[in-house]
Design a protein around this ligand. Structure first.
Ligand code: UT7
Length: 337
């Protein structure tokens, strides 16, 4: 027999140690967008729940926002960058093919850990938490930094009625590390590439009125078949959420908090109904002030609840992300603190 190789094992389980987020300072109310898409503040609020969103400054990048969220998560977890053995950044809006956001952030926080970006759109944070859980338990890294960071305003068509009011910017991060008891439940995750075209991106067509394009802007624009995605989310994602609760070995009434991807308050309402969530479960509705920030929306929403004093620390939260791919991911986590 040939020689055996040594394999690592890590902590028996993993948990979230701390988290943090970054909100750009520029607030964009519905009134700023409605004229170009022949819409109204009332329509946007009624159909999506959005009152306002945040857009990053022109000179503010996905890296800047990811770093700000990461520094806050590290401070919250009481962990230094040197302790981080792997960094996973989920983003679909980084402007460069290389270097990755994760490697730049690693350098800035003083980590020499493995660094990779993943593209799992609005499911990306939940994907990242699942991957971090696996890395910690396998002993591949002791502490993993998971970041969702997006500057979707760079890719939003302000003349598209279906998306102009929806997408926004921000970042959120969490530190995952070893634990004696499970702090991250099994992920119910997957993809349906047969529906890849329902949220996609298309090359920009130069518009005379757009001064940026005259200088050769090649960023594509996001397009979405809103109703198709809406119906899919209500029908299929509610089921995935219920499966994640069952996989964690708990019942919906055992949850303290529900933090879904902030895509549409009506989708959130449909999931609450399907799950039969009791009234006392705290529900994140950060979309009202943040719009849809894709991979950043779940950690941003978690941090918003904490800032409002409404986060049930030490309790159980159901996370679910879903979006372009189509991809999805849900799991129950124990909220740190
Ligand atoms: O993050 C990834 C996952 N994304 C999602 O989960 C998003 C899922 N989709 C949605 O949230 C919804 O589809 C939207 C909020 C984007 C749109 O809401 P909707 O209820 O699906 O609108 P709709 O496209 O079915 O349009 C309804 C009506 C139409 O008029 P008629 O045919 O009923 O007379 C549209 O022409 O509203 C009209 N409409 C608008 N009116 C004012 C469409 N867009 C607008 C608009 N302002 N911006």
């Amino acid at each position: 027999m040939s020689a055996t190789i040594t394999a690592t094992t890590g902590g028996p389980f993993a948990r979230i140690y701390g988290f943090g987020s970054y909100r750009p300072t520029r607030v964009v109310p519905n009134s700023e967008l409605v004229d170009r898409i022949d819409s109204s503040d009332e329509w946007i609020q009624e159909r999506s729940g959005i009152v306002e969103r945040r857009w990053a400054r022109d000179d503010e990048t996905v890296v800047d926002m990811a770093l700000a969220a990461a520094e806050r998560a590290l401070a919250d977890a009481n962990i230094t960058g040197e302790d981080i053995g792997a960094i996973i950044v989920s983003t679909v809006s980084h402007l460069l093919i290389t270097p990755s956001v994760s490697s730049i952030v690693a350098g800035r926080i003083g980590s020499r850990g493995a660094a990779l970006d993943i593209s799992a759109a609005c499911a990306g944070f939940s994907y990242g938490i699942n991957m971090a859980d696996a890395l910690v338990r396998a002993g591949s890294a002791k502490y993993v930094l998971v970041i969702g960071a997006e500057k979707l305003s760079d890719f939003t068509d302000l003349d598209d009625r279906g998306t102009a009011f929806l997408f926004a910017d921000g970042a959120g991060a969490a530190v995952v590390g070893p634990s004696d008891i499970p702090g991250i439940g099994p992920a119910v995750w997957g993809s349906d590439g047969t529906q890849a075209e329902v949220i996609t991106s298309t090359p920009r067509r130069p518009r005379r009125t757009d001064p940026v394009l005259e200088h050769g802007d090649t960023r594509p624009l996001l397009t979405m078949q809103g109703q198709t995605v809406f119906r899919w989310a209500v029908a299929e994602m509610a089921k995935a959420a219920a499966e994640a609760v069952a996989a964690a070995g708990i019942k919906p009434e055992d949850l303290d908090c529900f933090i879904p991807h902030q895509a549409n308050n009506r989708i959130t309402d449909a999931m609450i109904k399907y799950l039969g969530l009791p009234e006392n479960v705290t529900v994140a509705r950060d979309i009202t002030h943040m719009g849809n920030t894709s991979a950043a929306s779940i950690p941003l929403a978690m941090d918003a609840l904490r800032a409002e004093g409404r986060l049930p620390t030490g309790g159980l939260a159901l996370l679910i992300g879903f979006g372009a791919g189509l991809v999805w991911s849900a799991q129950v986590v124990r909220i740190p603190g």
